[in-house]
Design a protein around this ligand. Sequence first.
Ligand code: ATP
Ligand code: MG
Length: 404
Amino acid sequence: MAEAMSPRDAAAAIAARLEAAGHTAYFAGGCVRDELLGLHPADHDVATQATPDQIREIFPKARGVGEHFGVMLVRHGGRTVEVATFRGEGSYQDGRRPTQVTFADEVTDALRRDFTINGLFMHPASGRVIDHVGGRADLEARLLRAIGDPDARLEEDRLRLLRAVRFAARFDLSIDPATLAAVRRHAPELRGVSRERVGHEIRRMLAHAGRSAAVSLIEAQGLAPATLLEPEAAFEPRRIASLPGSASIACSLASWMLDRALPQSWAQRLERWTEALVLSNQERDGVAAALTALDALRHDWPGMGVAQRKRLAASGGFADALAILQAEAPGAAGEIRGDLVPLEASGLAPPPLLDGHELQRLGLQPGPAFRRILDAVYDAQLEGRVRTLDEARGWALRVHADPR
Ligand code: ATP
Ligand code: MG
């Protein structure tokens, strides 16, 4: 099979077919913004004046997704492209999805979008930018600005409070004063947004190297209580600002939690955050593992033996914990990194020499003691006191004879 077209070429070819049939068709929204910023958009969306029925005349296999919103999925060149009919948006229900849409002209479609930088169109074949909202000048001035009246736009869909933060942080934009003032005014209303949508926005912010800017904006603009379901707190982006760009979501969440000082234990707070952001089990466990390992690194590492250190260094939360400690106490983290070199050289988590079958072959009766014996033998293996299967067997028999 021929290689798939690039998403851009596929979207451009679809737009060209629509245009050949007499319909205006543009790249729209995020992909235009990204191209103008010199970035590579993940996907190219097409906006057109053709109605869903007209789109289907040209692309009989087009599938409607929320067809009453006027969005069709068109396959071309091995890609699936979103093709949306120009629309205005009807009245909103509780700051969420519009209850109805009406098909409209391109100006109306640009004006219904959230921020000027997201309201641009581009003619795919010529690269001409169609700007009904002043988005181009704002992009050049690196300014995030609501389209139209900021209060009205934020009230229509309160998730835009977080979208404003995400785009400002991701593209390093300042927020236009009127838009920023409206964000502050409406911040408490974020509580009306579904926790899933809030969690999704937060994940997208934390997955990006701009996470520290995003979190700092959330804290500074009074959005944190409604985001995290916690009180206002003293916040200083100490840890989150020094994470590597590639830090995991769990590591970012753990850092944020420590950077906003509250008296409760992290375990209690993690329950709240799990609810507030609808964290998956994996995310929640990842935060808990990082914070558990961090406690051990801060307090116990100097007194740990080789086996204990190796077990900790091989545990799930260790890398995240060390990244956080690096931000907190670079000296201590540096020493631990030094301690790790010989531990890694001799293997942090080698396959165990002995297992339960082997103990049975030695004539031992299976039971609760097995776990203790195997742990003791594995500790000896990690410490280099036991190197061969024979030595491991001998060690097991000695532990068995002298349990302590
Ligand atoms: P990303 O690169 O993060 O996907 P994006 O701008 O493409 O950013 P999407 O959520 O994919 O964001 O939405 C595509 C376009 O649809 C946006 O650029 C914007 O024009 C419009 N849009 C999306 N969500 C909203 C919203 N909540 N309110 C108004 N317009 C929106
Ligand atoms: Mg997008």
